[in-house]
Design a protein around this ligand. Sequence first.
Ligand SMILES: [Zn+2]
Length: 459
Amino acid sequence: MLRLLSTLVLLAGLALGVGLWVGAGRAEGPTVEIHQPTRFIGQIGQFEASVDTGNGELLALTAHLTQGELSIPLFSLATPEQATVNQESESRFRVTRALTREDYLELSQGPATVVVEATRAVLFGLRQATSTAQHDIVARFEPPRLSVVSSLHYVNLGGAEVIVYRVTPPDAESGVRVADLRFPGYPASAAGVEGADESLRVSTFALLHDQELNSPMRLYARDEAGNEAEIDFDHRVFPRRFRRSRIPLSDRFLSQVVPEIVERSEELRRVAMPPDAGLLEQYLAINGGLRQLNRDRLLGLAAETAETKLWSEPFRQLGNSQVESGFADYRTYVYDGRDVDQQVHLGFDLAATANVPIASANAGRVIFADYFGIYGNCVIVDHGLGLQSLYAHLSSLDVQVGDAVTAETVLGRSGTTGLAGGDHLHFAMLLHGRPVTPMEWWDPNWIEDRINRKLRAVN
Ligand SMILES: [Zn+2]
């Protein structure tokens, strides 16, 4: 009887052991996710995957790039130094490795697969469980191709210019690079060229007032696989002389403009200023630090531009207005006989009497209508494809963000809000958030010659 019982216990124990062993054998391997490459691999690439073991030690992890019979190792836990391995939690690891063509020289253009295999310990390390993840990609090594379509590219310092070109594959990101600034290109169909094929692109670019005259200007393209190309295009650059002026600062002026801006500009707290700053110190913080913050914000608003050209007629200057101050006027500010500051004035000041209706310079959509630091009450109209116009120092605003406007729409009334000594309209043209001279956009001959002629020529 006792013997039978002990045999039964032994058998039960054996069954349990076998059950656990078999169960452990059916246990799932680690969870594997392949994050990169997503769709393509090119002259450069990135491998990124994460592994979660749930519980149990990670015993092995390998990654390969396969193509037919070919298998190229990308990573192995045995030699982890080629990659960065981050432990994200107790059971989760992320492996990242930058790749270049050198790492997969044998790979040909076309479909390929990323394969990641991971193994973890189960049943106190007595057994193992393995899982595999696969991700299909395409190897693309040819750089994008660029060719110039338009001719006669003339660029004035502080001014803009348009180029028409082709890029393949058409999904490559492309445009004009001027020194370190990039001006993206858009499909020619978005610029109003009817029947244009996908590869035809238009970029409006600029040589900013403070860039070198001999700044390199080239067409660039970069495809999704990270392959890059750049080509030269014929262009001529013309210098421009900017005016220099001296602006006297009176206590009356300071007490007129400073308190309003300080009260209404939350962001001024981010500008270093002693707590007991007097009017002049506050003014200098506004004219320097706040001006810079406002310019940074313009770069952010540029991203909200429409993907199509919203205008067709030349831009309109405020009716019968007298130009008080030109574009890129280098101003020295004088207080009490001392030079206290220097700034560049990046718009046009147009004389106006108080509360004159200010119409939009062209058709577009309002992307900003609010108090805006040195600009006071300000409206920004987007004209599409990176082009925007700005209206500052208004006494009242008649439009809201999102409003569609035409060249007749009244945006608000002239005034003296922000950094303004008297009633005037400060008008600026912005290309991807950076100021360019409005003179060109007001000139029907320039619009015809620099833009319309080139767009017509491609048909
Ligand atoms: Zn101004």
